[in-house]
Design a protein around this ligand. Structure first.
Ligand code: ADP
Length: 314
């Protein structure tokens, strides 16, 4: 007789959801269990995308964007939770993270190399203001204090989904797992007695790693100016992380990696620190217990938060 544990092994699955590549790797008792769990995780990503995508007209988020300026819109627990966390990160970053950046962000189309005109920018910039997103915890509703405000959860929803995926794996009996959605990753346990090794990539060389981190039981999110961008006629890199103050791509940083215990938290903070820049970004992170950061600035300098010792050389 072969016991189930004797057949346990590593299983890997990849796919795509939320317009992002999804990868998972975990130690499971057998193929049936592994496939069942991976299907659950992918289904959960799809469910969350149907709630939170701004690219789907029928998503809950799109309904909020259409209706919340007229009257408060009661939303699902999940969406409310993400709005609440977005608000927290906005407060921590003094508005550098702001889901209402969408008011201007919707005018960017990176695939078609389109950015807002000066006129569109002038007209919509005043609509970026997280303080105009009223959240009522009593009836779990969202209300916009101004018309024309549009929210976009691209900087936070994947982190929420990664946390959910890890919860599903854990509930299914998994003890060692790695789950990533684009730049957001979470590790459950270690790699059976060894750490997982996670690389921080070089923002200008796709295959090259700048740092390798041995990790376990952690959430890790990276925001970079190389993920979605185009180079415009003047040679400017027009990327997807928008400074709410200008409505234009944030300058001064190439990538930010944040470590913490929840991907919902690290996802929002990586975007926030990117907009704040190396100095202010690190100041914000150093004030937060249990959160660390590695920032690569536009001179390719590495900056570490106080909780991280610089790794030894090659
Ligand atoms: P990803 O998880 O896709 O790598 P990031 O976590 O790096 O994304 O966040 C970038 C995304 O955040 C953008 O694609 C956009 O949807 C959203 N975003 C851009 N600027 C801001 C901002 N100032 N505040 C909140 N969200 C933003």
């Amino acid at each position: 007789l072969i016991s189930t544990s004797a057949r346990a092994e590593w299983f890997r699955f990849s796919g795509s959801a939320m317009t992002t590549p999804i990868e998972m790797e975990f130690w499971a008792a057998d193929r049936d269990q592994a496939e069942r769990l991976s299907r659950q995780v992918f289904a959960e990503f799809d469910r969350i995308d149907h709630r939170m995508s701004r690219y789907r007209e029928d998503s809950e988020l799109s309904r909020v964007n259409r209706q919340a300026a007229d009257a408060p819109v009661v939303v699902s627990d999940d969406l409310y939770r993400v709005f609440e966390q977005a608000r927290r990160v906005s407060e921590l970053s003094d508005g550098a993270f702001d889901i209402s950046f969408g008011s201007v962000g919707y005018f960017y189309d990176y695939r078609r190399r389109i950015q807002p005109s000066e006129q569109e920018l002038a007209h919509n910039l005043p609509r970026i203001n997280y303080r105009d997103i009223e959240l009522d915890p009593e009836d779990r509703s969202v209300h916009f204090r101004q018309a024309g405000l549009l929210t976009d959860l691209g900087g936070i929803a994947k982190g929420f989904a990664v946390d959910r995926g890890i919860e599903l794996l854990r509930a299914g009996g998994i003890r060692h797992a790695r789950l990533s959605a684009g730049g957001d990753m979470r590790l459950l346990g270690d790699r059976r007695g060894r750490p997982w090794v996670v690389g921080v990539r070089d923002p200008r060389r796709e295959e090259a790693m700048v740092v390798r981190l041995p990790l376990a039981d952690v959430a890790i999110s990276t925001s970079g100016d190389y993920e979605r961008f185009f180079i415009d006629d003047s040679g400017t890199r027009v990327h997807h992380i928008i400074a709410p103050s200008s409505g234009r791509p944030a300058e001064g940083v190439q990538s930010v990696t944040i470590l913490g215990d929840q991907a919902l938290v690290t996802d929002g903070l990586s975007t926030a620190a990117f907009v704040l820049g190396a100095e202010q970004g690190l100041a914000m992170i150093n004030r937060l217990p249990g959160i660390d950061a590695i920032i690569i600035d536009d001179q390719r300098q590495l900056h570490y938060s106080e909780g991280l010792m610089p790794p030894e050389g090659p």
